[in-house]
Design a binder for this molecule. Structure first.
Ligand code: AMP
Ligand code: ZN
Length: 143
């Protein structure tokens, strides 16, 4: 619990929310400014600002909830698909510094875009660049 965190305040019951799902570790509620009907946020109940701050068990619990919830949310609003995503850090658009996965119902011809539309200009990377990037990420993840 972090006193000045709006999502911790929701978990504590100090700020109202339209809760749609709850486990010991995870809470899901409707987004207050939805991008589509049924737009749902899935959060760990304990405060973690960024994905990197999530303990392994909690990360698993959040994704388990997302996997469980996504088809149910779609069914509830008769959606054709869903976009699921996390803005991880300010530069990616994260406004509330408590990890939350967005489950956004999508509809045929809803005028939206795929997740490929969220980044800026595409980088111009040749095959050597991609090899070097793969190596450096593999090195970073082999610790
Ligand atoms: P992000 O930009 O990924 O940090 O998204 C934050 C999301 O939280 C936005 O979609 C807001 O509409 C939503 N939000 C902020 N405050 C509340 C709240 N009190 N209850 C429900 N959703 C909220
Ligand atoms: Zn918090």
């Amino acid at each position: 619990m972090t006193d000045d965190c709006i999502f911790c305040s929701i978990v504590a019951g100090d700020v109202p929310a339209r809760t749609v799902y709850e486990t010991d570790a995870v809470l899901a509620f409707l987004d207050a400014n939805p991008l589509a009907p049924g737009h749902t946020l899935v959060i760990p109940k304990s405060h973690a600002a960024r994905i990197e701050d999530l303990e392994t068990d909690l990360a698993a619990a959040v994704f388990e909830a997302v996997a469980d919830l996504t088809p149910r949310v779609q069914d509830a609003v008769d959606a054709d698909a869903a976009t699921v995503g996390i803005n991880d850090g300010e530069a990616a658009g994260q406004e509330v510094p408590h990890v939350h996965a967005h489950v956004i119902p999508r509809f045929d011809d809803d005028g939206g875009a795929p997740i490929h539309a969220v980044a800026g200009d595409r980088p111009d990377l040749d095959s050597d660049d991609l090899d070097a990037l793969a190596d450096s990420i593999a090195d970073a993840t082999s610790a």
